[in-house]
Design a protein around this ligand. Structure first.
Ligand SMILES: Nc1ncnc2c1ncn2[C@@H]1O[C@H](COP(=O)(O)OP(=O)(O)OP(=O)(O)O)[C@@H](O)[C@H]1O
Ligand SMILES: [Mg+2]
Length: 443
């Protein structure tokens, strides 16, 4: 059991800064995810924790002890990589006991540890097989087993599931989650897959270009994104972004105009004098015909041309085109969209607006369809800096959902209690706490 602390951890390669002043506290027993696009510095952070990579600046502390200069073997951490190389000539048992034999551990203890790990990973019946006789998922479990037998103070996992096919990945992900619950061993898990991040972690740390963007429980990142990057990265399909102008309490989007909800009206000055980009999640659109009269008042209707439908049974994604005059005028947003596009997070066609609407809708491709937009669930960003302009308001709105979340920790939780000035009765029975769809239609 261990707590891991990074203080201003930086890694430079020649002129490149791969990791830039990262501060991160990982609690004893916590499951921490590092997520970000390719090249954002995830593996480098993990390797610095492991002692496999030099730290250019800053400190790594394990249980309060500065280990920045210590060798990997003195840190008692176990690392599992994407390409978990098992020894092909050794059996499962041989592979699992290998690190213990290296340590010259007594035979009896080796046997005990291996059988304990094999039991927890359901590998008992496979102990005499060679890796070639195992499935990908089984091999992955052996690699975990080899880490577990060492009884390390923390696991460091670098994309351990990315070699598995989609179905196996989901299953193994669930098993990994259970295993960590049971062992309660501090775990740092690297992935570029936001679904994995959202489903596995107690907390998620989002990296972009070597810089930490936000750290928090999955729900918090989803409901209270600190900036445009986190907003666009977390959630699948991704958040839709539009340029906006705010005049008094009136917000003009390319497709519709609306009044800021009452709870935001006294914060409207935060939106004045700035280039504003609004973010709208797919589930905050609906087919107008399927919205109740009361709910309809908490939003606004508009018409758009339906370009494409994806019907998945339990959900329906509607892609529609919104005419913007040119582009958003936001360099920051353009950069983020490019980056997310490059990392496969937002596909080309997602430049269309994506709405997730009730599958009972009979909207058809080619329709000029009537949509409803929940104006209480919109996020507001500074187009130049990317910062969430109304983060405090997002926190208050999310407060109820997050208070109920036991994984929410004090350094990350919303600081303010629900706004007493908020007229609770006027808050519509909003769409349930937004959990991203488990299935991404975009692969
Ligand atoms: N040994 C090295 N020499 C020079 N540059 C390096 C070295 N290792 C990593 N980098 C650079 O540091 C940055 C971060 O790399 P890192 O491997 O940590 O990214 P990552 O987030 O793990 O990406 P991926 O998802 O592709 O694995 C990249 O720009 C990479 O090119
Ligand atoms: Mg990596």
């Amino acid at each position: 059991m261990s707590e891991i602390k990074l203080v201003g951890v930086t890694r430079r390669f020649a002129d490149d800064v791969a990791v830039d002043h990262v501060d991160l506290d990982i609690a004893d027993g916590e499951f921490m995810i590092l997520v970000g696009p390719s090249g954002s510095g995830k593996s480098t952070v993990l390797r610095m924790i492991a002692g496999l990579e030099d730290v250019s600046d800053g400190q790594v502390l394990i249980d309060g002890k500065d280990v920045t200069g210590s060798a990997p073997r003195d840190r008692n951490l176990a690392m599992v990589f994407q390409s978990y190389a098992l020894y092909p000539h050794l059996t499962v048992r041989g592979n699992m006991e290998f690190p213990l034999k290296l340590k010259k551990m007594p035979r009896k203890e080796i046997d005990e540890r291996v059988s304990r790990a094999a039991a927890s990973l359901e590998l008992q019946d496979l102990l005499d097989r060679k890796p070639a006789q195992l499935s990908g998922g089984q091999r992955q479990r052996v690699a975990m087993g080899r880490a577990i037998v060492r009884e390390p103070s923390a696991f460091l996992l670098d994309e351990p599931l990315s070699n598995l096919d989609a179905q196996l990945r989901v299953q193994t992900r669930a098993e990994l989650g259970e295993l960590q619950e049971r062992l309660k061993t501090t775990t740092v898990y690297v992935t570029h897959d936001q679904t994995e991040a959202m489903t596995l972690g107690d907390r998620v740390a989002v990296l972009r270009k070597g810089r930490l963007q936000q750290v928090g429980p999955p729900k918090e990142l989803y409901l209270i994104p600190a900036n445009v990057f986190v907003a666009g990265f977390i959630g699948s399909p991704g958040m839709n972004f539009f340029p906006a102008t705010v005049d008094g309490t009136t917000v003009k989007l390319p497709m519709v105009e609306y009044e800021l909800p009452a709870r935001l009206a006294d914060r409207s000055e935060l939106l004045h004098g700035t280039h504003v980009v609004v973010g709208i999640r797919p589930e905050h659109f609906e087919d107008v015909g399927l919205v109740g009269r009361a709910e309809r008042q908490a939003g606004v209707g508009f018409t758009a041309k339906v370009e494409r439908l994806e019907w998945l049974g339990s959900e329906l994604f509607v892609h529609f085109r919104v005419e913007t005059s040119g582009d958003t005028g936001s360099e920051t947003l353009r950069e983020v969209v490019d980056e997310l596009g490059a990392s496969g997070v937002r596909g080309e066609h997602e430049m269309l607006t994506v709405a997730r609407i009730d599958p009972a809708s009979d909207i058809a491709e080619g329709d000029e369809a009537k949509f409803w937009l929940n104006t209480d669930r919109i996020h507001y960003f500074d187009a130049d800096t990317g910062e969430n302009l109304l983060q405090k308001a997002d926190e208050i709105r999310a407060g109820d959902h997050l208070d109920a979340d036991p994984s929410s920790t004090d350094d990350a939780g919303p600081a303010e209690p629900a706004d007493p000035a908020e007229p609770a009765a006027s808050v519509p029975p909003s769409v349930p706490p937004s959990v991203p769809p488990a299935v991404s239609p975009h692969g």
